[in-house]
Design a protein around this ligand. Structure first.
Ligand code: PXL
Length: 291
């Protein structure tokens, strides 16, 4: 028998420095006992969050041949997980990839990576937004941050905070685009002061969830990738959606708290390597609630 390790096809860029995308996703999922098979979208010297310069090799033209080899190898994946794309043209490639490798019993996750703090990332132009909606329609689960959720919903601008009724409407509207599960991260809570939420909607069961944590004034690039990786790893390990959300929020909070006391540039990312061992500790559920 070949073994029972689960496999994730991870469609993201490789950024050499800064602990974002594949350099965060591979160690996180590997630590959770899951094999990551990367399908790189671009190669950068460093991620674009907080660095004004970076080298950039767009891999759009090599992806088709790479995927054809995977088709010849008849690979099968327990999860397809896409994130940062190297060009708008890659939307069609990823969409075809989902058509070929997506099955009834695997999990298709689209993290519609486009921006943060109300702004698009510098490597993207606004024409990514309508294209990304096409990919979202094919996903079982999406994990936009608050800014990306506003972009997908065509909001003129990203509000400063949002109450529970409104965020539920956002979640429902995003699920109407296709996905069964919508998870919005970094939601600034209007109802509780200094609170940041992860808010989620499970369309099949009609349940809204939230996990809150006290706002920490520190934004480290790459935490969205690590968050989605823990969420996916936990779901693949057989945890429920609220437990998986709880584990992902706890892990990111722990990484931020372990990093914040050290005085180094936030753009270097959280001290992931110090914390990965926690992912193998028994799970203590701490804070999920119904929204
Ligand atoms: O973490 C998202 C991300 C992924 N890839 C690249 C990025 C960013 C965020 O800044 O720059 C290249």
């Amino acid at each position: 028998m070949y073994g029972t390790i689960k496999k994730v096809a991870a469609i993201h860029d490789l950024s050499g420095f800064g602990r974002a995308s594949l350099t965060a996703i591979i160690p996180t999922l590997s630590s959770m006992g899951i094999q990551v098979c990367p399908l790189p979208t671009a190669i950068l010297s460093n991620h674009t969050g907080g660095f004004s310069n970076y080298s950039y090799v767009d891999l759009t033209d090599s992806m088709e041949e790479y995927i054809n080899m995977w088709k010849q190898l008849k690979l099968e994946f327990d999860c397809i997980y896409s994130g940062f794309l190297g060009s708008t043209r890659q939307i069609n490639i990823v969409s075809d990839f989902i058509d070929h490798f997506g099955k009834n019993d695997n999990l298709v996750v689209v993290d519609p990576v486009m921006g943060d703090n109300g702004q698009l990332y510098s490597s993207y132009s606004p024409d990514i937004i309508p294209q990304m909606r096409k990919l979202v329609a094919k996903a079982d689960l999406i994990t936009p941050n608050f800014t990306e959720a506003a972009f997908l919903l065509g909001k003129d601008k990203c509000p400063e905070s949002i109450d529970s009724q409104e965020i539920k409407a956002w979640l429902r509207e995003l699920s109407d685009m296709g996905p069964d599960i919508v998870v919005i991260t970094s939601v600034p809570d209007k109802d509780i002061r200094d609170n940041t939420l992860v808010a989620a909607f499970d369309k099949i069961n009609g349940i809204f969830w939230k996990v809150g944590c006290k706002y920490i004034p520190a934004a480290y690039p790459g935490t969205g990738d690590t968050f989605a990786s823990v969420l996916i790893g936990s779901l693949l390990q057989g945890d429920s959606l609220p437990v998986s959300l709880d584990r992902a929020v706890q892990f990111i909070s722990q990484c931020i708290k372990a990093s914040y006391g050290f005085n180094y540039p936030k753009r270097n990312g959280v001290l992931l390597e110090k914390e990965l061992g926690i992912l193998n500790m028994p799970v203590l559920i701490s804070g999920y609630e119904m929204l």
